[in-house]
Design a protein around this ligand. Structure first.
Ligand SMILES: *Cc1c(COP(=O)(O)O)cnc(C)c1O
Length: 386
């Protein structure tokens, strides 16, 4: 039996409910910005202490809208070098210039020191990215630093729906946070995104931006350079049912993560990225750092071939400053990001994995690492490798 790196879990009764609701939507003729979008937003708002929730068509758009609302145009936005392409693209599409920051070697996320080094007099916003569902333990220190400088703190919380930092929900930790409901995330709409904010002015801007910058839905008066970032009712209907599973998914993933923690503590050659003090991760990903010199590509193929276990793509295998599209940018001082990008892997984690699955992953990992250590030694003949 193969173990996939990630998996969408949609119980049959949920599929039935979604199908029934889609039928109702199609019969009603109300296909956008209707009661399902409103209910989806209401559910997100309730989960986030009554914050404003604005549903949009994807997470990239959600972050771009936040940055537009924060007025970053013509100024600089700082993002970690090891994030998804969309974090950087959103800043550029919002009209900002981009600056990459390095990250901490243990957390793979922004630190106070790396933010201090990256910001300039022109920095309008810093975007924190909650890699794998964890949150930088230095978030409060970074936030205080930003506040003292008049810099906005935004969250790309695409990985972190349901994660908390000192009891506060991801997405509510700065000026505003963006979520994604892409199929690989902890819950999905198919495609979808959302903005969460306690700031009424940002929420108002988000509603305007998502619908072509219109002052009101029924008027053709465009007061901002918005875009089509609307979510369809059909997507909202999927998300609404998925969202009810969130806590169940997190509980199941945390149990697998705890099992991994226990078993990995005695393994040579790997160090899990810790959840961090005061952080409760949703374990979107379970990230481990390999010792320097370990051949990651070989480990991935060995795990697949010998045990049917898929180590998915990383978060992220190549830092953004090494992507061709960003080749012209300043890429100095990003050594830690380069290092951690090159030597981490994500162990399989999804909400219907069993402890036996987790144990199989660890047993296979131990065997593959031992074999790689042997083959990494000099003067071993090709024929010994099998
Ligand atoms: C998925 C993701 C996004 C983009 O979300 P989409 O819904 O695919 O547009 C942005 N940032 C991060 C960190 C992501 O993982």
């Amino acid at each position: 039996m193969n173990i996939a790196s990630a998996k969408i879990v949609m119980p049959a009764e949920d599929i039935d409910e979604i199908t029934r609701n889609i039928r109702l939507i199609l019969e009603s003729g109300r296909l956008i910005l209707g009661p399902y979008t409103e209910a989806f937003e209401h559910a997100l708002s309730s989960m986030h202490g009554g914050a404003h929730a604005i549903a949009v068509s994807n997470g990239t758009g959600a972050l771009e809208i936040i940055l537009r609302a924060l007025g970053v145009q013509g100024r600089q936005v700082v993002v970690p070098a090891n994030t998804f392409f969309a974090t950087a693209a959103a800043a550029l599409h919002a009209g900002a210039t981009l600056r990459f920051a390095d990250v901490g070697a243990q957390t793979m996320m922004l630190t106070l020191a790396s933010v201090e080094r990256a910001v300039t007099a022109d920095t309008a916003a810093v975007v924190m990215v909650h890699i794998g569902g964890a949150i930088s333990p230095e978030l409060d220190a970074i936030k205080a630093f930003c506040e003292a400088r008049g810099i906005y703190l935004a969250e790309d919380a695409a990985h972190a729906l349901g994660s908390t930092y000192q009891g506060r929900a991801a997405g509510t930790l700065g000026a505003a946070g963006s979520f994604s409901f892409y199929p690989t995330k902890i819950v999905t709409c198919g495609e979808g995104g959302a903005i969460i904010t306690h700031d009424a002015a940002i929420a108002r801007e988000a509603v305007i931006h998502r619908d072509q910058g219109k002052q009101a839905f029924s008027e053709n008066c465009h007061i901002r350079l918005g875009y089509n970032w609307r979510l369809s009712e059909i997507h909202a209907a999927v998300g609404l049912v998925q969202l009810r599973r969130l806590q169940q998914f997190i509980t199941a993933k945390r149990a697998v993560a705890a099992r991994y923690d226990q078993r990995i503590a005695v393994l040579d050659g790997v160090t899990p990225v810790p959840e961090g003090a005061g952080v409760r991760s949703n374990y979107h990903k379970y990230v481990v750092l390999l010792d320097a010199g370990c051949d990651r590509a070989m480990l991935r193929s060995m795990m697949q071939e010998t045990a049917g276990i898929q180590l998915g793509t990383g978060v992220y295998d190549v830092p953004l400053h090494l992507q061709p599209v960003f080749s012209g940018m300043d890429n100095t001082g990003l050594q830690v990001a380069e290092d951690v990008c090159a030597r981490h892997v994500c162990l399989p984690i999804h909400s219907d994995m069993t402890f036996a699955d987790a144990d199989r992953v660890i047993t296979a990992l131990a065997a593959c690492l031992a074999r790689l250590r042997k083959t990494a030694a000099p003067l071993v003949h090709e024929g010994d490798l099998q």
